[in-house]
Design a protein around this ligand. Structure first.
Ligand code: ASP
Length: 561
């Protein structure tokens, strides 16, 4: 391999190179004067930094692009820097060739950059990229993609590129559109996902498809959500949920190993119902406990009006009482209300005369029996804080799930990688009050759970109880991806469209080419897609996938807050 203008990369020099004449190229990271003429110049490339001792370096400023030729020598006693991979050596007798001059950068490109405002970093993405950490992220992403491709290839999946200028896709977000030049007034949509195309591939006998697919969704920007993102998208024929879960696990394990070197063991599973019931979330962060405890029974005969509700649950914050003042409790109560609760009941667990006692504005409304049953059910200890919500099951779980995260969620780089499959999602998320129509939880091609299929003919209650063959992959409380077994029979699909209120014309206009294709023999099929940037972000311990750099020079990133 040619090394171009250099013999070595900056970050590669070691004691074993002492005595060699080398040429290194890169950017001046720092310059420190050493006596009248000599200067220490830290030279940086994508591999790291090496110290060069330069005579007459007056003209070398930060971020100048230079080639330095010199001899590797040990650093003098006492100046070895163990924090640096090249810290035992330096390059001496240097000849410097300035290849480009540079204006002073708008922010420092060393460790101090972490404190720089994100929008400044994004505006000067090309400078941010020079930083070691960003180079690591970029390369981790590339290593991950290459490992995933190998893993999919190894399992017999074929990489297929699907079109970018298309008719609308049904992922539920808004399409980005591109005006057509040849037919003024009409528009192409950019794909929100290759969903329909991969299903067409199945009808076309591709059997196992995958794609590193760019998806475009016109949604509000959030830290974990951008206009365009990349998914590892896959679909397989004559296969069901178990086959997809296995294939995705192999790909994800390869991805994790490529970035962290760590194996991924078996990925545990929870049903959607259990996830909601225990963690109050369909993407539970299982790095920490604080599970929701059902205490409905404890208050079955209560006199306390606020607890006359179908579902009462508690979260126990172990040892939380001391560090939680009244202001914080008021703030948490406000939040619980914003999240949809009627209120939030808190109770400090204290040492009373005859044992544990509860200190709370509502304690006087609760009988002694209720109080001791609550303590027993939650395992509360002196010094704990208990939080309770009483509402219907969904809302109680939802609010306490958010509260649990607020109280206990570890930082992004703590607690290891806790993958989780969430299975048996409901088929419908809600019934629209205005139209009386159910709203699909995934997309309209999702296969109902076989046992629950008869409920399709029932009323709203039945529909909301229906499970689907849809599943999510969750990592540390983030939804990494989702997928489902698809409906491959026209009659069943028609029934679901009817229920959703999608008319024959609308179905034809939106997904006519898929429905037509299904008339000619569709194999049973199932698939999945997971977000590449989200996974990389979590693996490298970044809080936000926007700080990875898939969109190197993209102005819309300025808008992310
Ligand atoms: N197309 C779906 C998505 O983008 C994934 C799938 O069902 O395969 O979330």
């Amino acid at each position: 391999m040619s090394n171009g203008m250099r013999t070595h990369y900056c970050g590669d020099l070691r004691s074993a190179d002492v005595g060699s004449e080398v040429s290194v190229c890169g950017w001046v990271s720092r310059r420190r004067e050493h006596g009248e003429h000599l200067a220490f110049v830290d030279l940086r490339d994508h591999t790291g930094v090496v110290q060069c001792v330069v005579d007459g370096a007056a003209d070398l400023r930060s971020e100048y692009v230079v080639r330095i030729t010199g001899t590797v020598r040990p650093r003098p006693e006492g100046t070895v820097n163990p924090a640096l991979a090249t810290g035992e050596v330096e390059v001496g007798d240097c000849q410097v060739e300035v290849l480009s001059v540079a204006e002073p950068p708008p922010f420092p490109l060393d460790d101090r950059a972490a404190d720089v405002d994100e929008t400044v970093r994004l505006r000067h993405r090309y400078l941010d990229l020079r930083r070691t950490e960003m180079q690591r992220n970029l390369r981790s992403r590339a290593a991950l993609l290459s490992a995933v491709r190998r893993a999919m290839d190894g399992q017999g999946f074929v990489e297929v590129e699907t079109p970018m200028l298309i008719a609308s896709t049904p992922e539920g977000a808004r399409d980005f559109v591109v005006p057509s030049r040849t037919r003024p007034g009409t528009f192409y949509a950019l794909p929100q996902s290759p969903q329909l195309f991969k299903q067409l591939c199945m009808v076309g006998g591709v059997d196992r498809y995958f794609q590193v697919a760019r998806c475009m969704r016109d949604e509000d920007l959030r830290a974990d959500r951008q206009f365009e993102f990349t998914q590892l998208d896959m679909e397989m024929s004559f296969a069901g949920q178990e086959d997809v879960l296995t294939a995705v696990t192999v790909a994800v394990a390869a991805a994790v190993e490529a970035v962290t070197g760590q194996p991924v063991g078996e990925i545990p599973r929870l049903t959607w119902h259990e996830a909601m019931d225990r963690f109050g979330s369909d993407k539970p962060d299982v790095r920490f406990g604080m599970e929701l405890v059902d205490v409905t029974e404890v208050f079955a005969a209560t006199e306390f009006n606020a607890f006359k509700a179908p579902c009462i649950k508690a979260v126990r914050h172990a040892g939380g009482s001391e560090g939680t003042g009244r202001n914080r409790l008021d703030d948490l109560t406000d939040r619980a209300k914003r999240w949809g609760a009627k209120g939030l009941v808190w109770m400090r667990v204290e040492q009373g005369e005859g044992g544990v006692s509860l200190n709370s504005p509502v304690a006087k409304f609760l009988s002694d029996g209720e109080q001791s049953a609550l303590v027993a059910a939650t395992g509360a200890q002196v010094g704990d804080l208990l939080y309770l919500v009483a509402d219907d099951w969904r809302r109680t779980c939802h609010v306490l799930g958010l509260l649990r995260l607020e109280l206990g969620r570890p930082p992004v780089d703590e607690g290891g990688l806790q993958f989780l499959w969430v299975v048996d999602f409901p088929l419908f998320e809600d019934v629209d009050e205005a139209t009386g129509r159910p709203v699909p939880a995934h997309h309209p091609f999702t296969m109902p759970n076989a046992e629950d299929a008869p409920l399709l003919d029932g009323g709203p209650e039945d529909l909301l109880r229906m499970r689907s063959q849809a599943y999510d992959l969750v990592l540390n409380g983030w939804e990494l991806g989702s997928g489902s077994v698809r409906i491959h029979r026209g009659d069943l699909q028609q029934k679901v469209f009817d229920l959703l209120g999608i008319s024959a014309e609308e179905a034809h206009a939106k997904f006519g080419f898929l429905l037509d294709a299904f008339r000619y023999g569709a194999p049973p099929h199932a698939g999945f897609a997971f977000g590449v940037d989200r996974l990389v972000a979590l693996l490298v311990g970044e809080e936000k996938s926007s700080l990875l750099l898939h969109h190197i020079l993209n102005s819309h990133l300025d808008q992310i807050s």
